[in-house]
Ligand binder design. Structure first.
Ligand SMILES: Nc1ccn([C@H]2C[C@H](O)[C@@H](COP(=O)(O)OP(=O)(O)OP(=O)(O)O)O2)c(=O)n1
Length: 145
């Protein structure tokens, strides 16, 4: 049975679950679940990431807030970011991944991997920290030969 709640009854900040539910209903109402299998959703997601990348293509670095972009370019950005999130949420659903919960778990792992006092102000990948400490402590170093 379809969800009895009206389609757009959210405050200014819909949750991930609200968006997932709307997209689920969008697909079901159109009999599109036959097309929305995980691999197809992944390809759709990648396509939308491509469209997002196209907006930034050849522009060089862009300042936070996109001060030089026109209103129409900013609207396109909102659309493409939304398409990416919509397909991502549906892909997670079709893979039976509880994405909000998985995200929190992953962020906990990230925080352990990158402790504040160890990585402060550095953008290095975590795999590089061990090498640096070994080098500064005179421990084993990799080199040619
Ligand atoms: N089979 C489909 C087709 C569309 N959508 C939804 C999810 C996306 O948010 C959006 C994607 O629509 P389009 O494929 O028309 O892509 P764009 O909106 O990016 O249009 P364009 O490619 O013209 O920029 O619509 C969907 O769920 N399933």
């Amino acid at each position: 049975m379809s969800d009895p709640r009206p389609e757009f009854c959210f405050s200014d900040s819909p949750s991930m679950e609200d968006i997932r539910r709307l997209q689920s209903r969008f697909a079901a109402e159109r009999d599109w679940n036959q097309f929305h299998q995980p691999r197809n959703l992944l390809l759709a997601l990648v396509g939308e990431v491509g469209e997002l990348a196209e907006l930034f293509q050849w522009r060089g670095e862009v300042s936070e807030g996109l001060p030089d972009w026109t209103p129409s370019q900013k609207e396109s950005l909102r659309h493409e970011l939304s398409d990416v999130l919509i397909y991502l949420l549906e892909l997670a659903e079709k893979c039976h991944v509880d994405l909000p919960r998985a995200v929190l778990t992953k962020m906990e792992l990230n925080a352990k991997k990158y402790p504040v006092d160890r990585v402060q102000g550095s953008a290095k990948k975590y795999t590089e920290y061990g090498e640096e400490e070994q080098a500064s402590s005179g421990g084993p170093q990799q080199g040619p030969g």
